[in-house]
Each structure stands twice: as structure tokens, then as C-alpha cells.
Ligand binder design. Structure first.
Ligand code: ATP
Ligand code: MG
Length: 427
């Protein structure tokens, strides 16, 4: 038998049994961001391809080999977005959101990269991105980090390591580039093909290699942190001072360069050792040059992106996946008269009990069949209306998840009864 049309490799459906975990997670993150004064922005999924090559950088994994690009009917080169910062900056410039103002923004949605699919690495994945524009000092870098630290705490996650580095100013990076290039030249025979190709165009990219055979060369490369300019050093010290004061632990990692070209000064990653090779769940940094590079007026900026699939995976691994909300009740209705009363009763319950999750039996069926559906719905309670109940203005209540005798109560008492029995109901 043919399997029918399948989804694209590396692009996954989120099934009904999985969506509650996503919803709870998204909701908690939204509440957290709201609490720090961040506003949501929604950008298109498709942008002009050159937006990405001009921001992320030509000589990066993403632009070189991971973008889903296509030609529009009018000949424009378009791409599915591989990340959100470029589009957010584009939108900010286009709508005048960035000039002479401070902006705290966030967005959420699917990103697309044609990577080799593996656990925690997909071709369509989801990020929550946070960007702050118009802030010069290290306090905003600290705020972004403090906010993520709070998120781990809110979610009950532990053992996520913060790694920090400073890439310095563009000038400091150019000076360092020369040193690094000289070093790489002398170790040319130990470089892999990617590194050999990249070292002349963008030697810093070599430090971002994931090839284990490159580890020794990379570990012994000259130290960027030792080369950075005075202002960047002060900025970095300022950030570390706030983190120290707030009791947020970090590890300085001079090899942390991030896979995108637009970063300057602070870069950071939150890493878990419990996910295997794909341990980075959140990554970001400062990108002071990007707004100007994309045609806006020079605007300092910093941000991060969080991978939702990896975060959900870590919640599962640490056994702290949020409780998902099932259905409270299922209304069994036997016969036409019961249906007439039942549908009205249901709407009354929805009026009186905000947050109630109750499913109406549809498409008829006998008592047994309806009770079976009630059970399958996952409901805690079956509310039963049959001829006897309807005649007497009563309703029967049966607990489906614990042993308790079925009881009949007056329909007028049902609201009171459910209020005291069900959790998560607001009245
Ligand atoms: P990695 O080093 O894992 O490739 P990256 O540096 O390419 O990550 P960013 O572009 O900074 O990642 O994206 C931020 C976060 O988005 C990552 O830390 C990760 O959690 C998530 N992410 C990135 N690429 C993928 C992917 N292909 N599948 C799932 N999540 C991803
Ligand atoms: Mg990557």
C-alpha cells in the first residue's frame, strides 16, 4: 500500500497530543516577556534573499548552504527566513521604529534551514526571538540574560550553563583577523576543507567549526578576548559586574563566535549537557552595526533566540514538562429530549464557569457508545442526560478517573457542584 504524501524531511507536524506542551510553554514565555515590557512584532516568513546574505553574512553555513530560496514569478530572489533578527531589523527600519527610540521587541515562529536533520536539529524549527534596540550600555545585555535565567527558573529547568564572550569592535576584529589568519596559515595541513576555503574570506568562521578533528587547532588559536579594544572590554566588564551582582553564573569562552556575522561585543549561549550534540537552547548577543548595515541609522542593538524544540526536549529530559490541560467534562445525551435540554445547559455552563472545558456528544449513539467516547475524550467527568434525568430536571454525574459512585443532582445545582469539583475554573 502506498504511504500517501509525507511531510518534508526535517519538517514536522505538531500533533494534538503535543500541542498542549507547546501552548503552555509559549504562554509562559509570553507572560515573562510582557513582564519585562517587551512587545510582540510579527514579520512575514518570506523575505528578499539579499536581506539574509547582507546581514547573516555570505560566508556562513546558513547563507552558503542552508537557505530555502526560490525565484518569485517576477524574478525576485526570495527565501524562507532562516532566523528572525534580519526581518525584525528590516521591519524596524521600514516602519521607523528604531530611530531615536528604545524598543524592546519579541516574535515567535517557524524558521527554515536546510541542515542535516537529526535529533534537535530540524529543517523547520521554531524560535522565540527577543531584540532590544537603542540601548548602548551593557545593562540591556544583562537584562536579556537575567530574563532568560528567570525563564529557566519559571520552567523548573536546572543545569543550563551560560557561556559568554566578547567579539570586540569591528576594528579589533579586523586586527584579530590578521593574527588568526597567520595562525591558520601555519597550521594549514590540519584544517578541514571548509576551514581551508573559509580562512581567507572569514577566518573567524573557522572557530565556529563543529568538526571534532578541528578542536585542537581551534583550542590553540590566538585568543580574541586578549585583542579586544578598551571600550569593548569595559562593556564586557560592565556586563559581568551586573551578572555577578545578580548571582548569575557564567563561563567565559573565548572560542564562542556564533554562526552569524552580525554580532559585535557581547555574545552568549545557554547550553545544556543533557541534550547530546545539540546542546545550545538559547543564543544571542549584541549587533550594533546591523541596523546601519541594512540601511537604517546607526542603532545599538542586542538580542537572542531560543529554540523551542530543544527547550521542550529539555523539559522532558528533566521531567518538568508542564502539566497539560485535558477536558473537564463530557456531556452524554440520550434521546432527542435530552439533546434539547443538553445544548441549552451546556451554554449556561459556559456562561457561568469561565474556563470550563466541556465536550458535547455529537452524532448520537447509545449509552455505551457515548460513555466510551466520554472516556476517550480524557474527561474527568461524564455528565449524563437520559430520559429519567430530563423528566425530573436532574443530571447524573460519573467520575471517569476515580472510583466514586455515580450520583444524580438537580440541574440547577450543577454549576455549584462543578465549581467545587473541577480545578482551573474561574467564576
Ligand atoms: P547550532 O550551533 O545548534 O547550529 P545556531 O548557532 O545555528 O545553533 P542560532 O541561529 O543562534 O543557532 O539559533 C538560536 C537557537 O535556535 C539555537 O540555539 C537552537 O536552540 C535553535 N536552532 C537553531 N538551528 C536549529 C535547528 N536546525 N533545529 C532546531 N533548533 C535550532
Ligand atoms: Mg546552526
Amino acid at each position: 500500500m502506498s504511504k500517501g504524501i509525507q511531510s518534508i524531511r526535517g519538517m514536522h507536524d505538531v500533533l494534538p497530543e503535543q500541542t498542549p506542551a507547546w501552548q503552555v510553554l509559549e504562554d509562559r514565555i509570553e507572560q515573562l516577556l510582557l513582564g519585562y515590557g517587551y512587545q510582540e512584532i510579527r514579520m512575514p516568513i518570506v523575505e528578499r534573499s539579499d536581506l539574509f546574505s547582507r546581514s547573516i553574512g555570505e560566508v556562513t553555513d546558513i547563507v552558503e548552504k542552508e537557505m530555502y530560496g526560490f525565484e518569485d514569478r517576477n524574478g525576485d530572489r526570495l527565501s524562507l527566513r532562516p532566523e528572525g533578527t534580519a526581518g525584525c531589523v528590516r521591519a524596524g527600519i521600514q516602519h521607523g521604529l528604531l530611530h531615536n527610540r528604545q524598543q524592546r521587541l519579541w516574535y515567535m515562529g517557524p524558521m527554515f534551514r536546510r541542515e542535516r536533520p537529526q535529533k534537535d536539529r530540524y529543517r523547520q524549527f521554531h524560535q522565540i526571538g527577543v531584540e532590544a534596540f537603542g540601548f548602548q550600555g551593557p545593562d540591556i545585555d544583562a537584562e536579556l540574560i537575567i530574563m532568560t535565567a528567570r525563564l529557566w527558573c519559571v520552567l523548573g529547568l536546572k543545569n543550563i550553563r551560560l557561556e559568554l564572550n566578547s567579539l570586540g569592535s569591528p576594528q579589533a576584529r579586523r586586527d584579530y583577523r590578521a593574527k588568526l589568519l597567520a595562525y591558520l596559515e601555519t597550521h594549514r595541513d590540519r584544517l578541514d576543507a571548509d576551514a581551508k576555503r573559509r580562512m581567507h574570506m572569514n577566518p573567524l568562521r573557522v572557530l565556529d567549526s563543529k568538526n571534532p578533528e578541528m578542536k585542537v587547532v581551534i583550542d590553540n588559536a590566538p585568543d580574541l578576548l586578549e585583542e579586544i579594544d578598551e571600550d569593548s572590554r569595559r562593556h564586557f566588564d560592565g556586563l559581568k559586574a551586573v551578572l555577578d551582582r545578580m548571582g548569575i553564573a557564567y563561563v567565559e569562552n573565548p572560542r564562542l563566535v556564533r554562526g552569524l556575522d552580525y554580532y559585535s561585543r557581547t555574545v552568549f549561549e545557554w547550553i545544556s549537557d543533557e541534550l547530546g550534540a545539540q546542546g545550545t537552547i538559547c543564543a544571542g548577543g549584541r549587533y550594533d552595526g546591523l541596523v546601519e548595515q541594512l540601511g537604517g541609522r546607526a542603532t545599538p542593538a542586542a538580542g537572542f533566540a531560543l529554540g523551542l524544540e530543544r527547550l521542550l526536549h529539555l523539559l522532558e529530559v528533566q521531567g518538568v514538562a508542564p502539566e497539560t490541560r485535558g477536558v473537564h467534562a463530557y456531556l452524554v445525551m440520550i434521546g432527542a429530549e435530552a439533546e434539547r435540554v443538553g445544548w441549552t445547559l451546556l451554554e449556561t455552563l459556559r456562561d457561568e464557569l469561565r474556563g470550563i472545558r466541556i465536550v458535547a456528544n455529537c452524532a448520537g449513539g447509545g449509552f455505551k457508545a457515548q460513555m466510551k467516547r466520554a472516556d476517550r475524550s480524557g474527561a474527568e467527568l461524564a455528565l449524563i442526560l437520559a430520559a429519567e434525568e430530563v423528566g425530573e430536571g436532574m443530571i447524573s454525574v460519573k467520575h471517569l478517573r476515580r472510583r466514586e459512585a455515580q450520583q444524580a443532582l438537580s440541574q440547577s445545582k450543577l454549576v455549584e457542584y462543578l465549581k467545587t469539583t473541577l480545578v482551573g475554573i474561574a467564576t
